[in-house]
Design a protein around this ligand. Structure first.
Ligand code: F3S
Length: 399
């Protein structure tokens, strides 16, 4: 018995008249709608699909995708989250032939369904940019938080299968972050600290996330924030708290009443985040930049800092392939590679099979530290981009 009200077209898909992939997808969306009490399905303007790394999917996941790819076709623009390897330079990053073959098959199945293999967690920097108020179905927690908060688009935090189902039908159930009443702030956060670097914003996300978990905050006191800083903050607050949205007074577009519950954060709180994310390790053998995927502005800065230098630690710059092409055109890639740095396009250090390869990872990303520890058992060092480049060159964390 289905309680979600369906249009004729939606019913047609559910009845299997548009093929088995659309039917399976409608079953997933209707089941979700039932669980969350959605009254209907709504059209989505775009989709971001996660669950791309063969490392996480395994053979069962690959089979599921192959099955859908028999007759499934994306009905809206849909982009992919990072895969488990750089699709071109996987050998250079130490990926095995077997893994590469399976990962390629995963990408082929998605591409056969008309899903763009952008393989990036920053779809908004790679052509999938929704406008304020547009409904989308995105997975990847940092991108979801960025979309709801910074762009003012509307998306739940989709899982891989529900996002794929949205791509294959152009629909999503109308609940959660799609509704006005669920987008209001629940707690006010007063920031009394100066934030300069992207890492400072990551540290702020750590502080707020730890304190309010998945509540929606209204953040007051941040005067200015760049896209890169908001990207870092979105990733961190979503990782350490789980919220799908924040409001930042004077910076984000949605309006919200000011909640009575108030928390003040000071420079000491920011310092405590740096302390928590830094372990007492001096030697650094891996430096991971680009979490979320590096923008062209960040790559330009990395190239500036590496000009004429040589790295002694393994340095990865994770980014979308499209951004890397711009970096190639501008000569930034040449400078970074001449210094011994490597690009990790299409992938990131959280989904690539890295366990056991390094001991101590330095990053300017609070989220990166979470996955460096959790997925790969690395010790972590956390600081600004400048600190990380110094560590890449010297092999030592600043004393
Ligand atoms: Fe993106 Fe991977 Fe970080 S998916 S947000 S680079 S952990």
């Amino acid at each position: 018995m289905i309680f979600v009200k369906l249009t004729k077209d939606e019913q047609r898909m559910l009845d299997g008249k548009d093929g088995q992939a659309a039917q399976k997808s409608m079953e997933i969306l209707c089941a979700l709608g039932e669980i969350y009490g959605a009254d209907r399905l709504i059209d989505v303007a775009s989709v971001q699909v996660a669950g791309v790394s063969y490392h996480n999917l395994g053979d069962a996941g690959l089979e599921f995708l192959r099955d859908l790819a028999k007759d499934g076709k994306a009905r809206v623009v849909a982009t992919l989250n990072p895969a488990g390897m750089d699709l071109e330079n996987w050998k250079q990053l130490g990926i095995s032939e077997e893994f590469a073959r399976k990962q390629r098959e995963v990408i082929d199945a998605f591409t056969a369904m008309g899903i763009i293999p952008s393989c990036s967690c920053t779809p908004y920097l790679a052509g999938n940019l929704p406008a304020k108020g547009e409904h989308v179905a995105w997975s990847e927690s940092s991108a979801v938080c960025f979309a709801n908060s910074v762009l003012g688009a509307r998306t739940n935090r989709e899982g891989g299968p529900s996002a794929l189902a949205a791509a294959l039908t152009g629909k999503t159930p109308n609940y959660g972050m799609h509704l006005d009443e669920n987008r209001r702030a629940q707690v006010t956060i007063k920031v009394k600290a100066k934030l300069k670097t992207n890492a400072d914003f990551g540290a702020l996300g750590w502080c707020i996330g730890q304190k309010i978990k998945n509540k929606i905050p209204l953040i007051i006191g941040v005067k200015q924030a760049s896209v890169d800083q908001l990207k870092s903050f979105s990733a961190s607050i979503a990782t350490y708290g789980g919220t799908a949205m924040f409001h930042m007074k004077g910076i984000t577009p949605d309006k919200t009443p000011k909640p009575a519950e108030e928390i003040t954060l000071t420079a000491e709180d920011i310092a405590s985040a740096f302390k928590a994310l830094n372990e007492e390790q001096t030697d650094v053998d891996f430096v991971a930049l680009g979490c979320p995927h590096a923008s062209i502005k960040e790559i330009r800065r990395i190239a500036e800092l590496l000009e004429g230098k040589k790295v002694t630690a393994e340095l990865w710059v994770a980014t979308a392939r499209q951004t890397k092409l711009l970096a190639d055109q501008m000569g930034y890639s040449k400078t970074i590679e001449a210094a011994g740095g490597k690009f990790a396009c299409d992938t990131c250090m959280a989904v690539a099979p890295l366990k056991g390869r390094f001991k101590v990872m330095a990053s300017d990303s609070a989220k990166g530290c979470y996955y460096g520890r959790g997925s790969n058992d690395f010790k972590t060092r956390f600081g600004s981009l400048e600190d990380c480049i110094k560590a890449a060159v010297t092999g030592k964390w600043k004393q």
